[in-house]
Design a protein around this ligand. Sequence first.
Ligand code: DAH
Length: 341
Amino acid sequence: MLEKINNLLLEVEQLAVSTKEQVEEYRIKWLSKKGQITVLFDEFKTVSPELKREMGQKLNELKVKAQEKINALKEKFEAAEDSGKGGAIDLTLPGDPNILLGSRHPLSIVKNEIISIFSKIGFTVSEGREIEDDWHNFTALNTPENHPARDMQDTFYVNINPEMVLRTQTSSVQVHIMEKQKPPIRTISPGRVYRNEAISARAHCQFHQVEGLYIDTNVSFADLKQTLLYFAQEMFGADTKIRLRPSYFPFTEPSAEVDISCTLCKGKGCNVCKYSGWVEILGCGMVDPQVLENCGIDSNKYKGFAFGMGIERITMLKYQVKDLRLFFENDVRFLKQFTSA
Ligand code: DAH
């Protein structure tokens, strides 16, 4: 009897059939009233008591396995029947237009475009961390505690450790890079930043920035201007003009804010540029020598420029998006208007 059980077990394991009807034939052969397994259960009654335990276990195992195999094969053939006649899938059928294709988020589209523009002139991409220590977000960038410039950015502090903040700017990545790498450095750092601001059409508690950093022995303000002009024309069109206005950032000296000629009215004046013909896109400047020293770079030997822009701002200008909150609501009616290659 043991041999019969073992042979059947093998047969169950190796069963290969190609139609639903064959599955049914095997069900009858094994498990029907007169099936081989049912018959074995009858024989089992006559097995001597000392063998009953072992034999019983084996027999049960055989029954369970046979049942499982039959069920699985049945399901397989039924599923195939549901999805196409005779179990075959018709690969020549046209696609289903009701299946919606996803699209990239507009902020990702613009971020990738920024990366691609700067990579053409040799900038690498680097990333930092969103939970940052005070040194990298502020102090190394010439903004020690109690410095009035800290008020420029409303900061989220981490409750359990007031030394840690949610980074308010991707400028913090500059510090990491300069601490780790020797010049020449040419890198951009895209990422998410946080500020404790009331949410409105023009402000949010989270947004995205791209930081740029270029350090070498002979970097000048003219290099900065030319780099930004190249960027503006690649991003907004070859006829785009730029304008630099003196400004203040703690980590650059001199510092400037950069405007582009209004993308909508081409400088004639409209409500996007508030009838000035210009819209601001970023902040920039020559890296303050003290910041270089803070990060272990010899400021007598090296100079550098830096800039930082908001990805939301660039995206709003490029696509005429009027409300910042749309980027975070994930409403498909908004998102499906954007396509990327
Ligand atoms: N971190 C600044 C901000 O969030 C932007 C910025 C300005 C970055 C000037 C820079 C820079 O690298 O040089 O407002």
